[in-house]
Design a protein around this ligand. Structure first.
Ligand SMILES: O=c1ccn([C@H]2C[C@H](O)[C@@H](CO)O2)c(=O)[nH]1
Ligand SMILES: [Zn+2]
Length: 149
């Protein structure tokens, strides 16, 4: 797959714009580490999320899982691309818990675009590259069950 992973130039720009803008709705008074996430759903629609922290620190929800939970509960369970934006360079990548959470709803080929502090800075990896030899729904469920079928 080419560098664009099947996204049009317009979709690529939109992914970056939405993931970056999503940082504005981050609730992160404890870490001041803003994370924004944008999902390009397979129906062409978009869902965003941001990290939401808690005084009991481990209760915090990452941006990626916020976005995915919003999408799933809006009936969107398949994704063409995931964008994650942070204010550091090189860009941060999704934590282990988020990688596994994404795995439930994506196969290994889904591209994860990571945006950093510098203008135009972008690192892209597939989920399979970030989470090799992973355990997924098809390992437990008979065909026809689960989100991706
Ligand atoms: O994949 C990740 C990793 C961390 N964070 C958030 C959680 C916390 O609010 C802050 C610092 O870890 O970044 C995310 O949103 N996504
Ligand atoms: Zn995470």
């Amino acid at each position: 797959m080419s560098k664009t992973h099947g996204l049009t130039l317009e979709e690529l720009q939109e992914l970056s714009k939405r993931a970056t803008a999503a940082k504005d709705v981050s609730y992160c008074p404890y870490s001041n580490f803003r994370v924004g996430c944008a999902l390009l759903c397979d129906d062409g629609s978009w869902v965003i999320g941001a990290n939401v922290e808690n005084a009991s620190y481990p209760v915090t929800i990452c941006a990626e899982r916020t976005a995915l939970v919003k999408a799933i509960t809006e009936g969107k369970k398949k994704f063409r691309a995931i964008g994650v934006s942070t204010d550091i360079s090189p860009p941060a990548s999704p934590c282990g818990m988020c990688r596994q959470f994404i795995r439930e709803f994506s196969d290994n080929s889904v591209p994860i675009f990571m945006y950093g502090k510098e203008e135009g800075e972008c690192v892209v990896r597939t989920l399979g590259e970030l989470l090799p030899m992973s355990f997924g729904p098809e390992d437990l469920l008979p065909p026809g069950r689960g989100a991706r079928k």
